[in-house]
Ligand binder design. Structure first.
Ligand code: NAD
Length: 297
């Protein structure tokens, strides 16, 4: 039987409603949720993301302000600017827009954000809290993956969770969150010797490698839950294998995950689509973290 689709859109809209209610009740207590986004220099790619971030915040009742600093801002001045916002009680959450200009150490700057205002859960203090199982603010994609997994299984206790990818924003924090839920996580990466050995024993398989088609149906344990975090842009072909062209005769591109979806859905019990799976849930996790930040230290 084909796998059930896990709709990220449905889960995201439920979380958005919860966020709206929380924002409203904080308002009743006289607290305004205010997310400040900092961008250094102009970047067309981040403009799109920033517009959608601002629209989502507005829909949830969260105030969103963009602070654009000059492209030649030094690391010291950026840190000083953030320290100013840390002291500003009206800025309840801070998000640092990537990429930063060359020569600025992103990790260092990220860690200058006050831990309780770090809505991306990326600074050293919040990462440390994860190790102790006490994270209030954790990386959005990792928390989104937990949310998607929880929507499929009553409990992850004792389950074999295999995670592909060891990045600081997905693989590593997710493994820690899974440990807290009493699962048995394994992280695989480019130097893992026999990937299929691991993926085939996963009750829950989370793939965050950024490699289209990496996971084929025969690498999945029958009945497994498959969470595809990957986002890849690939050329589009029709059923005959011919390139699909746009009005200008240029080959169209489409977004796919890391999992061969058509094959995998015949083996898995639950699977996330790409797009429409992890992406929308990750986005609303930022809103949830913004609300958590507004509750203070
Ligand atoms: P990254 O490049 O930092 O890490 C990729 C990881 O995958 C590495 O640890 C690497 O060892 C592992 N890997 C790569 N190829 C592999 C292979 N052949 N076998 C085993 N392991 C392999 O990437 P990231 O920032 O963690 O993102 C991963 C993917 O998730 C990307 O496609 C990214 O666009 C996507 N992503 C999606 C969301 C979302 O909201 N849906 C959010 C963040 C990232």
């Amino acid at each position: 039987m084909p796998a059930q689709l896990i709709s990220g859109e449905v889960i995201a809209s439920r979380i958005k409603e919860e966020v709206k209610r929380e924002v409203e009740s904080l308002k009743q207590e006289g607290k305004e949720v205010h997310l400040v986004a900092i961008q250094v220099g102009e970047n067309p790619a981040s403009e799109v993301y920033l517009r959608s971030q601002s629209r989502l915040c507005e829909e949830a009742g969260i105030k969103h302000t963009l602070h654009t600093l000059p492209a030649d801002t030094s690391e010291e001045s950026l840190v000083a600017y953030i320290e100013g916002l840390n002291k500003d009680s009206k800025a309840t959450g801070i998000i640092l827009q990537m990429p930063l200009p060359k020569g600025i150490n992103a990790q260092k700057v990220q860690s200058s954000i006050a831990p309780h205002k770090d809505v991306e859960g990326m600074n050293l203090a919040n990462m440390g809290q994860l190790v102790y199982g006490k994270a209030r603010l954790a990386p959005c994609t990792a928390v989104a993956s937990v949310e998607l997994i929880k929507s499929t299984v009553p409990a992850v206790r004792g389950k074999e969770v295999v995670i592909l990818g060891r990045s600081a924003i997905v693989g590593k924090p997710l493994a820690l969150l899974m440990l807290d839920l009493d699962a048995t996580p394994t992280i695989c990466h480019t130097k893992t010797r026999d990937l299929t050995f691991h993926t085939r024993r996963a009750d829950i398989l989370v793939v965050a490698a950024g490699k289209p088609g990496l996971i084929k149906a025969d690498m999945i344990k029958p009945g497994a839950v498959v969470i595809d975090v990957g986002i890849n842009r690939v050329p589009e072909y029709d059923v005959q294998g011919n390139p699909v062209l746009d009005k200008k005769g240029k080959q169209k591109m489409k977004t796919v995950g890391d999992v061969d979806f058509e094959g995998a859905k015949e083996v898995a019990s639950f699977i996330t689509p790409v797009p429409g799976g992890v992406g929308p849930v990750t986005t609303v996790m930022l809103l949830r973290n913004a609300v958590e930040s507004a509750k203070g230290e």
